[in-house]
Design a protein around this ligand. Structure first.
Ligand code: IVH
Length: 676
């Protein structure tokens, strides 16, 4: 393993195929899971020194990492300054630093005798995750410092530049891997990697703006302390300015707001800090925020543009989603050319309850609309400028047939969405279903992402899941070959064929989830797999689950399966197209049985458990899987039916409610002891 690792990561000259390497790595990780004591210093899983089987070791912050209070307008900035001076009993003006609030994630770097010893995320403020191995790969973070205090904790923001973010997403997408919604997610995902070698390939940046424990003061003022950090070799933000009044702070806020589109990285406001550190100490803290600082947030950016067209996209389950095609416009540094329009009611100016939105004004092609990106989510239409509506603009008529396959469209009572009834005969649904089939929680086929599925579908190479398994037979040799396709080569083609072959053995729950049946998510698929345990039994029962049958009753009786879901499953299995596709697919597969929950000998069988707060010794997914494997039901909310609440740090209302209801509340440790 060690040799393969070195060859792969350092020499860039692998001695194992990627699939073989991954298999070895997974086997090793499984051993580490069971026997944490055996984790070697050169473990490929990057878990060195980490006691928990999964995730990062915890680091307690000697000085808590706090968050900032917010202000939203000029009056509140003046009020902040007034409050500070009132608290201190100072009438004359005091000075503040004003600097961009970087939209990334905060990191605390501990240097002892000038050497970086720990890098920790903020976590809950008291305790973060040890990401030292990863932070060492960030170029802006010095490994050693000259002339620093013996103990120095430097705090700042890890973030990703816009250009690097776009390039990363392009690489991810080309590799069939998941893309990130925004630079902050990309930065967080890249820093919180169990494998530091992955972090090393991600271009992360770091701005220093604060400090934690220090063995001697850095300076007398905030501004000088930051200058000292710059001298020590940290990047500090060039837009940091000393301001002597609320007016100057607001002026600097406006200047930063003007520069914002050209900065090349995301900021979401301006942070003001009292400059004099002696005054900072006197001001101190109020619950979670320093009294000596605040964040002046930018409003969500809005842009006005023309709505050129309304297009309808068809999703995996046939849902018709209207999308606004816009005259491209820059919002928050990003060019926006589409915005979601949700559904027919939203276009018509009504919410799901039939109440008017936007004053009841509908959205028409040709309208001038206001677009915003709230945070980082997909752009939305905020308003319609009625006075600029073209005279000939017509109300939008929602289609009655599917724009892709022409099948009739229906809207079920109580539902906001219109659906195409074409099911698997609709090409749009077929492509989306194939994307779902290869996705992470389903068949998880490496090297086959949305892009590949679309391209193969467009060329008729794959139409159904079974075609994926036939790819090598059809396109591994002969006239048309995968390795000759644009963007492919002998190695990548062989890798894809190997990844596909590897998935011919598939656990029943993944297969059921992969079928993409409406309402059947990952956890329902697991419930079904546990109940029916094997493919043959499951399929026979589903085909027999016609209304009023014993099989339908058994299906509905499963805890977590309702009548609507049961109907969707039975409908799926009743379709001839689905039957044919299943026959073809199953010819390729060896489906692994799933064990029924071990109800006997388990202390928690049949109990309903809720996890809340931060879990430290396992991930949420892992905690849920383990509890379910022991026969417990895991729920997201606390109710009279809850038996146990497992509360980690930061648990809030759920823990409170549990205590009110007299439900047993356990710490994570006590829980692990309980389940053995
Ligand atoms: S000062 C005690 N300065 O904002 C206050 N924070 O809401 C220490 N942030 O967790 C924070 N840019 O992740 C400070 N220039 C800046 C910042 C900044 C971004 C983040 C930081 C913090 C959050 C507080």
């Amino acid at each position: 393993m060690g040799a393969a690792d070195a060859a792969y990561h350092r020499e860039d000259d692998p001695i194992l195929s990627d699939a073989d390497y991954d298999r070895l790595k997974r086997a090793n990780a499984a051993i580490e899971d069971r026997f944490p004591d055996l984790v070697r210093a050169d473990s490929p899983s990057g878990r060195v020194g980490a006691a928990p089987a999964e995730g990062f070791a915890k680091v307690r912050h000697p000085v808590a990492m706090l968050s900032l209070s917010n202000v939203f307008d000029d009056a509140e900035v003046a009020e902040f300054d007034a409050r500070v001076r009132r608290f201190l009993g100072i009438e004359e003006a005091i000075s503040y630093t004003a600097e961009p609030k970087i939209d990334g994630l905060s990191l605390s770097l501990r240097y002892e005798n000038g050497t970086l010893v720990t890098a920790a995320t903020r976590g809950d403020g008291e305790e973060g995750e040890n990401v030292t191995a990863n932070a060492r790969h960030i170029d802006d973070i010095p490994e050693s410092l000259d002339g620093a205090p013996d103990v120095l904790e430097v705090r700042g923001e890890v973030y990703m530049d816009h250009a690097d973010f776009r390039a990363l997403n392009e690489r991810q997408s080309a590799a069939g891997a998941k893309t990130f919604a925004n630079p902050r997610n990309a930065a967080a995902g890249s820093l919180r990697q169990l494998d530091p070698n992955v972090t090393a390939e991600r271009p992360l940046r770091f701005f220093a703006y604060a400090w934690g424990e220090v063995s001697e003061p850095l300076a007398d003022t905030q501004g000088d302390a930051i200058a000292r950090l710059a001298e020590l070799g940290f990047r500090t933000n060039p837009l940091t300015k000393i301001c002597d009044s609320a007016e100057e702070m607001i002026a600097h806020y406006e200047r930063i707001g003007r520069d914002r589109p050209d900065l090349g990285y995301d900021i979401d406001g301006v942070v003001y800090k009292v400059n004099d550190l002696a005054l900072q100490r006197r001001l101190g803290y109020r619950s979670n925020n320093p009294r000596w600082a605040t964040a002046h947030k930018f409003p969500a950016e809005i842009a006005t543009t023309r709505l050129e067209a309304i297009e309808i996209q068809v999703g995996r389950t046939g849902a018709l989603s209207p999308v606004a095609r816009l005259d491209p416009v820059t919002v928050g540094g990003v060019v926006v050319s589409n915005a979601t329009l949700h559904n027919a009611d939203y276009i018509a100016g009504r919410d799901s309850k039939g109440e008017p939105i936007r004053g009841g004004v509908d959205i028409r092609v040709g309208d001038m609309v206001e677009i915003y990106r709230a945070g980082d989510v997909i752009p939305k239409v905020r308003d319609v400028l009625l006075d600029r509506r073209p005279e000939d603009a017509e109300p939008f008529v929602f289609p009655e047939t599917c724009p892709v396959c022409d099948s009739p469209v229906i809207r079920e009572p109580g539902e906001a969405v219109h659906r195409c009834t074409g099911a698997l005969t609709c090409p749009a649904q077929a492509v989306e279903k194939l994307k779902h089939f290869v996705s992470r929680s389903a068949f998880d086929i490496d090297g086959m992402g949305a892009k590949q599925v679309e391209a193969f579908y467009a060329d008729g190479w794959i139409r159904t899941p079974a075609d994926i398994f036939a790819l090598e037979e059809r396109y591994g040799s002969g006239i048309q070959q995968l390795k000759n396709r644009e963007g492919w080569g002998a190695k990548s083609a062989a890798n894809l064929f190997a990844a596909i072959a590897e998935r011919r053995r598939i656990p029943l729950n993944r297969l059921i989830f992969g079928l993409g049946i409406r309402h059947v998510g990952e956890s329902t698929a697991t419930l079904l797999a546990r109940h029916y345990t094997g493919w043959a039994r499951f399929r026979a029962a589903m085909e027999a689950a016609v209304p009023d049958s014993a099989e339908r009753a058994e299906l509905i009786a499963i805890d977590g399966v309702g009548a609507v879901m049961a109907e969707a499953i039975a409908d799926f299995f009743a379709s001839e197209t689905a039957q044919d596709q299943l026959d073809a697919l199953l010819a390729w597969l060896e489906v692994e049985d799933v064990a029924a929950p071990a109800t006997e000998g388990s202390a928690i069988a049949g109990l309903t458990v809720v996890f809340t707060g931060t879990l430290e010794r396992m991930t949420r997914a892992e905690a849920k899987a383990r509890a379910e494997a022991l026969g417990a039901k895991v729920s997201g909310s606390v109710s009279g039916k809850t038996d146990i609440v497992v509360a980690g740090p930061g648990a809030g209302s759920k823990e409170k409610k549990a205590r009110e209801l007299g439900i047993e509340v356990l710490s994570e440790d006590a829980w692990l002891e309980r389940i053995g």
